[in-house]
Design a protein around this ligand. Structure first.
Ligand code: MN
Length: 275
């Protein structure tokens, strides 16, 4: 199995090293990751500047490793399109230091990188441990190895049947930061709501005013069946994701607005003609 391993914490982060060591036991791993931390860059792609791709010392012996001066998505795209071309059976993003839960998946560089595999029909996993320090990497590495093995054997389809035959799997996996014996279960979940209170700090650097978006403590909405619920109950959360963001339960009162808007446009057109 050919595995592309990337992340958003940078190629030197301990989490990607733990993942490389685990995945190396079950497949041919290539690492291609940002040269520095890029957490919170979501689905950003660098369209305004060229990217440099540099081979570096293997982060784990025997694992070819590359760094990209760009975002997690840049690293994934360059690896998928140039380094490995069509020869990727599985994309793994992680293991991330920090939770990627609820609506936070929309700003997560870890999930962003995984999306690039998903878009190209490659089964993709985003892996995170919900802590920023003193992280238990071992259970995450172990689980990653198990999940990747299951995917390689197509055994997972019996556990997670695909609703559309050729839609690849995109799984967002979060582990509580606990040693394996304290983890209470593995739950298949849906995304919860984790409202962040974004705080903007201000200061002056001597020349100019600066503003820094910082994240205060998140406000958790504890709803059973969600990723947040699972983590709060010391369980592993696995959320299958897809990219259809369309809200199919929008209020019916929205429909007449379309007609009104079009009528307004037509009136503007008539005004243009008569002027
Ligand atoms: Mn990160």
């Amino acid at each position: 199995m050919r595995i592309l391993l990337t992340n958003d914490d940078g190629v030197l982060a301990p989490g990607i090293r733990a993942a490389a060591a685990a995945l190396k036991e079950i497949g041919d791993v290539t690492v291609c990751a940002p040269d520095r931390e890029q957490s919170g860059t979501g689905t950003a792609v660098s369209l305004q500047s060229p990217l440099r791709l540099t081979e570096v010392e293997p982060i784990v012996p025997g694992v070819p490793s590359w760094r990209v001066e760009g975002t997690p998505c840049d690293a994934a795209i360059v690896a998928l399109e140039v380094l490995m071309r069509d020869k990727v059976d599985l994309l793994v993003a992680g293991i991330n230091a920090g939770a990627n839960l609820g609506e936070d998946v929309l700003v997560s560089g870890t999930v962003g990188a995984a999306l690039q595999g998903y878009f190209r029909g490659v089964p993709s996993l985003a892996f995170s441990v919900t802590a920023l320090a003193d992280i238990h990497w071992e259970p995450a590495a172990q689980l990653l190895k198990q999940l990747a093995t299951a995917l390689s054997n197509e055994g997972l389809s019996t556990v997670l049947p695909r609703d559309v035959a050729d839609r690849p799997l995109l799984l967002n996996v979060n582990l509580p930061n606990l040693p394996a014996h304290e983890i209470k279960g593995v739950e298949i979940t849906r995304l919860g709501k984790r409202a962040y209170a974004d705080v903007v700090k201000e200061g002056h650097d001597g020349r100019r005013q600066w503003y820094w978006v910082m994240r205060d403590k998140p406000v958790w909405e504890l709803v059973e069946g969600t990723d947040i619920w699972a983590i709060r109950h010391n369980q592993v959360s696995i959320t299958p994701l897809h990219t259809d963001l369309t809200y199919d339960k929008f209020p019916p009162s929205l429909v007449p607005i379309a007609k009104v808007l079009f009528e307004g446009l037509q009136k503007a057109k008539q005004a243009e003609k008569s002027s």
